[in-house]
Structures are given as structure tokens and as C-alpha cells.
Design a protein around this ligand. Sequence first.
Ligand code: HEC
Length: 610
Amino acid sequence: MTKLPVLWCSSLSLLAVMACQPEGAGGTDAPAPEAGGRPTSPPPPPPPAGMSDAEAHQVALALWHDNDRVKHPKGSCSGCHGADFFDLARIGTTAEDTIRRAVNDGATQEQAEALAQAIGAMRAELELPQTDARTFRPFQPGGQVLLPDAEGHPNELRVMRDVAFGRSLEQLLPTWFGTRISSLTMAEQARDEMLDLAQGTNEGGANPDLVQLRDLPVGFEYPRWSADLHHGTDEGTFNDWIADMAFEPKPDHVEDWRRVQDAYLDDPTDRNFWLMYVASFSMLEQITAPLCEVNPELTELEARSCGHYRTLNRDKFSVALLGQHMMRTEAMGTENEFMQGALSFAHLDFDRDFDFMYTDRKHGTLLGSGDFWGVGRTARTSVSSSNWPGSLQEQLMTLQFPEFVIESVDPDLDGNTEHHGLRQVWTWIGFTHDPSLQRLGRGATTSGEYSHASYREGNWHIHTNFQQHMRLLTKGFLDAPNVRQRQSRAPLEQGESRFGMDYRFFIDGSVWGGLRWKEDQRWDHQLPLPESLKAEQKELWDQMTSNGFRMSLYLYLDELQTSGQVTSPLPPQSMKSHFGRTAPQHTEADRALVDEVLELHLALGGRTKF
Ligand code: HEC
């Protein structure tokens, strides 16, 4: 906290401005304007360059929160970005872009310049890293995507990055990628290595650098904080962190909301953050809406998309709040307190200081993690899917979105590309915050069918496979995914973890019939992938599937033997077919293992169909 400077001061009173001065930077010490102006004219307002940083901060913050709809028809800056402009300082937005966007959104030139000055001062004061907002992708694990400089058709690039991901796992998960898993001991070793990756630990001995899932480089490019069409068509997308339609306090919450935000800015602790985050749901309302929300003549599909766009926008506002706080705590050096272990925010489950969060939790939903996942999930039913071909912009026009939203997207952006772009990366981000997928809430899949379906669309087969096994193991062996809430608003209770083999969508979609590429099945994926690349991907995938099944079979057998309880259906046929297609030297032993588990599973009353 020692780094917290003047810049967090948020009160607008003069006294506070004085109290907030950094040492030696008194507002009155600003150089006097040069003498020699026309003597008869009234004294001009001091040029912005003459403002002290503290004054510029106050002017900028007043602009940031000004929701006078005459001056700012889209709403206040804070209504889309968050409590202050830390985001712009952190990502490296240039003064030119700041002034351009601020003036576009109703600021005067003076206010816009004060904002640019305040952002520069905040950057210097907090010693924020130098980043280029065009290339910086917040929270990208490891700082950059795998194979950052690779070139090629997007279809091919995806597979290359998927393969690179598999290769990177070989060292971290040596048992999974090693010889045939042929005993419970080996299965437990493979499990421990993977749980190390979930938790950032090294119990299994293969993770000396304590790599954690949120730091594990992947093939997905994380979104820019701000994707602004001004910089090129590549940025004409919703796939960034800022809400597109503003949230402002309801009339009877204007003071309250400002108070919660100020408390947070004055002391940006995790508690003050969550208080603000939770309050945002009851105190705020979205102030602009597409006309489709009041148009009774929509088709069923259109009406559904329309409603879900509202949810998407709310999810984006939530991730803007979260992302701002995550970047801020990182700058303050306290990031490890905010996100901890496998399920980022589960460390608050039984902390009485955070009891207020239970009231808004339903059935153990983890606040936060569910929002990241939610952006991807709501993209599935809002942004056009295969049921609604055409461009994103056409869709937004049909739904009668406000013009400023329609104009912010690339006219040539195909809706389906946008849809899967959002869905693939945001479900992955959500997964890194809850790898068990059990507590993402609000009707989220707990078995990963929607992420898998979308990863398959992009041939992210290795990522899918990894996600599937990570889900089974974290759910099966960690406490945090297995909490219960007897009724909404009641405190959480710890449940028991049990390992099960719930591979349902993985088996249906990926395993049955063997690995398939979209290029071989669909007319709209016309570019054939190089055979050598497919072969390399398939080899890795077969290895992961075979040893993944074996690991699970041993772990499940152990579960059945010790607890005597069936925990999931077991699909013997699809596993046996898989074992018949790969590694013929092991087929017999693998099938015998399936039969052994099946026998006990059936004896205990288990089913063979999902
Ligand atoms: C209705 C929501 C909304 C409001 C209100 C809003 N912004 Fe933004 N802002 C965005 C979005 C969304 C982006 C990301 C770029 C895009 O989609 O155009 C963004 C991006 C920016 C950027 C970065 C642009 C770049 O080059 O990457 C700046 C600077 C900015 N806003 C400043 C402001 C200021 C200052 C205000 C208030 C005067 C404001 N914004 C009000 C939604 C909003």
C-alpha cells in the first residue's frame, strides 16, 4: 500500500485537493502565465499545461463521473470503463487517443487535455510498465500467445498454436505424456502433476517454477483492453474488456454509488472492490438499449439475441470492473491476495469479512469467474450464430442498436467469426479462474459442452482435451469446486469431492469416430490443413486421450473400491473403440482395464449411457 499516492484522492473539495498534493507539488507553485497578453481582455483560464498533476487529476475525475446526458449522451466514462481511468494509464493509451476519444464522448478540449495529463501522471507515479495499447493484451498468460511471430492462414495458425500448447505440456505433465499409465500409482502421479498446474504447486515434482494455469502460455490471443476501430478493421470488434452501453446509478442511488466508488478509489482493497462490485448490481441500470427491446415484431431468434445482448453488455461491464482491479492490484504488488489457487476467488468462501457476497451468490456461484466465462457464454446466444448468417453489423442494425455501437464494429466482420472469437477466448479465461467449471453460475455448463463445441470449431483439439481432464481432476479432488448452498442467500457449506468419469461432451463430440477437423467436414472451412500438421496434432491428442482415459479409469476404480459409490455413467464402448484405433500393442490391456472398471461399476448399479 505504500505506493498509493495522491492519485487515489477522489473527493472534489479544495481541502482534499490540498491534502492530496504530493510532496513538493503544490498547486499554487505552477509557473505563472507569461506576461504580455492583451491588457483589456479578462484573464484567460490557466492553460492546462499550467495545471498541477493533482488539479488535472481532479478535473479528469470530475469528467470521468459526469453523467450529464446533454454533454455525454452515451453516459459517463465511468459508466463503461470503471471507477477511474486507471485502465487507460495501465494499458498505455496515448495522449492523442485519450484526447480524441474524450472529445468524441463530450469532453471539452481542456478536460480532455487534463485527462491526458492525469493519465501520464498516474503512469509515472505508479511506475506502470510501458505498454503499447495496440499490442498489449492484459493477463495473456506468460505475456504472449504461443508462437507469437508465426504467420499463415488463421486456420493453420490455430492448429500450429494448439500443437505448440501440447508440446509445452510435455515437460509439465511428464506422466500423462509418458509411457502407458498402467497402475493406480502412475495415475495418481499424473493427477498430481496436473493438480500442481491448477494450484501453482509442485507436489508431483514436475513444476519447479510453480506455473499456475493463469500463467500457462496458450494458443488463444487474449483480447486487447480497448479494441477501437479507429486503429484498423482488426479492432472493429466487441472482443475487448469495456462495456459498450453505459451503466449509471438509478435515481435513488446516485450518492450511494459515488460513495462506494470513492471508498474503493481511496483504498482499493479487495473488500472495497467486492463491495463496489456487488453494489453495482443493485444500484446501477443500463442507460441505453437497442430498440429491439421494445419492438414486438421480432422473430423468436431476434428477440432472444436482443435480450442476451443485454446480458453480454452487463458481463462486459463486470469484466471491466474486475480487469481494472486485477491490473490495479498487480501494480500495487498485491495480486496474489486477489486471486488465489485453482479457483481464483474461492478463498473468500468462508471468510466472514466477505459474508456480504453470499447474498448475491446463487448455488455457490463464484462471483467474478462466472463473468469471464459469461462473456463467452452469452456470445453463443446473442452474437449471430450459424442460425443467423451475415455480418455482425447487419445483425446490430436489425436489432436497432444505438448508432454509436453499430459504428464501432468492422462492417466486414462476419457474425460467426465474432461469435466464436468471443466464445473461445472468454470461456478459456473463465476456465483459468475456475478449472472445475462447477461454479461459473447462471446456467453455465458444468461439463464444458459449449466451450468444447466452440474449440472444435477452431480445431483447438489439444486445448479441449486439456480442459476436459483439468475439469475432471479439479472437480474430483479439490474442495473448492464442491461447496453447497442449500438455498440462495444462505452461507456456503463444504461438500465432499468424488472423482467421476463424466466425459460426456468430450466423448460425444471428439472421441466418437476419432479426431476430426472442421476442414474435412464443412464447406465454409475450405482451406485444407497440411497433413503433417494434422498428424502431429493427432499424435499428441491420441496420447492425451489414451493416457487420460487410463488415468481416469484407475482413479475411478479406486473411487468405486473405497467409497462403494457410483459417481458418473461410464461409456465403455466409445473408450474401447478409441483404444482399438490407437497403440495396437496396448489395445488388449486397455480394453481389459475398461472391463474391470465396468464390472464393478455395473455391480454397484452404474449406467453405461450419459
Ligand atoms: C458507452 C460506453 C462508453 C463510454 C460512456 C465511454 N467509453 Fe471510452 N471506450 C468504450 C469502449 C467500448 C472502448 C473500446 C473501444 C471501442 O469499442 O471503440 C473505449 C475506449 C476508450 C479509449 C481508448 C481508445 C483507444 O485508442 O484504444 C479511451 C481513451 C476512452 N475510451 C476514453 C473515454 C472517455 C474519456 C470517456 C468519457 C468522456 C469515455 N471513454 C466514455 C466505451 C465507452
